[in-house]
Write a protein that binds this ligand. Structure first.
Ligand SMILES: Nc1ncnc2c1ncn2[C@@H]1O[C@H](COP(=O)(O)OP(=O)(O)OP(=O)(O)O)[C@@H](O)[C@H]1O
Ligand SMILES: [Mg+2]
Length: 369
């Protein structure tokens, strides 16, 4: 079995321990501190929170994934999903359901896995007062046991209609719950900043900021060496370090690369960087279609900018060489194209340079375009 996993939350042997971050998060939960957990995509925010808080004794984690929610009823449904996942013991779920009886909750069991699921009446849950009902349920549950409520992909709450009012009401119930900590996690940095750093936002300065960056290199190297060994491959520390660098130290991308390297080598093999191109081909075979779709949605100028980003140093984008390579004389047009690429989340700014959100997309462009 492949000793690496990517594209999902990881735990157990697939999780490289991050003791210092885990300790801090647990401390926040214990003291009822509200926290904004931020970091680039695929850095390991969700896995870290679930591992640290989910592993605490005497702390009930309520994990709510707000990815792509659009309506209040989506919000209510996701919270109830979180309830059903939090504790498979039925009395807890039934107690929670009783607190939201106005939303006409119903309990069912997944036909394949047998896990409990709670749904709510969509029309009732779309009414404005449903938010108060759900937040009230959390407050009442937290009276009986210590709770840490995690709102993951929290920035997506901005896509609900009248999100300002929604945020204001949430904030007004959260601020009086001194013993319960709320974690607001998300990777779309600008949107998260709008909620917590804008002086007009109800959540302005209401939580401490906690950043999830790359895993400490030495720890990650040791983890990778061990995992390859578990999977009957050999890798030395130097090579492991190079693999991490190749994937820009982004936790999930490093795992994806290692997963593909394992997949394209034989038992007993000694891993070297010469294996990277084979691993990339394997990644392109899986993701090439999605990469192609991204490219199809770009204008010729955006495409040219992207190709130039893949080939040249991006610290001096208005230099003559750069503009010539792109094939435009207009700095305005170049600026607009770059902004579009940032908005489409193809590239992002990092330390005075532009980087590809997905390093394998960059490699694909260089090879195929
Ligand atoms: N502690 C870890 N040890 C090993 N791999 C990890 C760890 N944390 C994350 N990963 C890798 O990164 C991938 C993404 O992890 P996760 O979903 O937790 O990140 P995220 O920051 O929440 O991502 P997103 O921005 O997509 O929400 C995982 O599938 C796994 O491959
Ligand atoms: Mg996540």
């Amino acid at each position: 079995m492949n000793p690496f996993k990517y594209g999902c939350v990881v735990d157990g042997e697939f999780f490289c321990p991050r003791p210092e971050l885990e300790r801090q998060l647990k401390g926040f939960a214990e003291s009822g501190q509200n926290v904004v957990v931020q970091g680039e995509r695929r850095m390991g925010k969700t896995s870290l929170i679930k591992h640290a808080i989910g592993g605490m004794r005497k702390m009930q984690m309520l994990y709510v994934d707000l990815y792509c929610i659009r309506t209040l009823s989506d919000f209510c449904r996701r919270v109830m999903n979180g309830i059903a996942e939090a504790d498979e013991n039925l009395p807890f779920i039934k107690k929670a359901m009783a607190f939201v009886h106005q939303l006409r909750p119903t309990l069912s069991f997944d036909v394949n896995t047998g896990t409990p699921q709670v749904s709510v009446d969509t029309r009732t849950a779309n009414a404005p007062d449903s938010l108060g009902v759900v937040m009230g349920m959390i407050r009442k549950l937290a009276k009986d046991e210590r709770m840490c409520v995690v709102f993951d992909e929290f920035q997506d709450i901005l896509d609900i209609e009248r999100s300002d009012a929604v945020l204001a009401e949430m904030r007004s119930t959260i601020q009086f719950q001194a013993d319960t900590s709320y974690f607001f996690s998300g990777s779309v940095r600008n949107d998260m900043m709008r909620i917590f750093d804008d002086s007009k936002s109800p959540f302005f300065k209401s939580a401490v900021t906690f950043t999830v960056g790359p895993i400490a290199p030495d720890k990650f190297v040791r983890f990778i060496v061990d995992r390859f060994q578990k999977g009957d491959r050999r890798v030395d520390s130097d090579t492991a370090r190079k693999l991490i660098e190749y994937a820009d130290s982004v936790t999930g991308d490093v795992q994806e690369l290692c997963e593909a390297i394992w997949d394209t080598t034989l038992p007993g093999a000694r891993i070297s960087v010469d294996g990277i191109p084979y691993a990339l081909d394997c990644i392109f075979a899986r993701e090439g279609e999605a990469f192609g779709e991204t490219v199809r949605q770009l204008t010729p100028l955006q495409m040219s900018v992207l190709r130039t980003f893949a080939e040249l140093d991006t610290s001096r984008i208005f230099s003559e060489t750069f503009m010539q390579h792109v094939g435009t004389a207009s700095t305005g047009a170049l600026r607009t194209a770059i902004n579009r690429l940032v908005n489409k989340r193809v590239i992002y700014q990092f330390g005075g340079r532009y980087r590809f959100v997905n390093p394998f997309f960059k490699a694909w462009l260089v090879k195929k375009m």
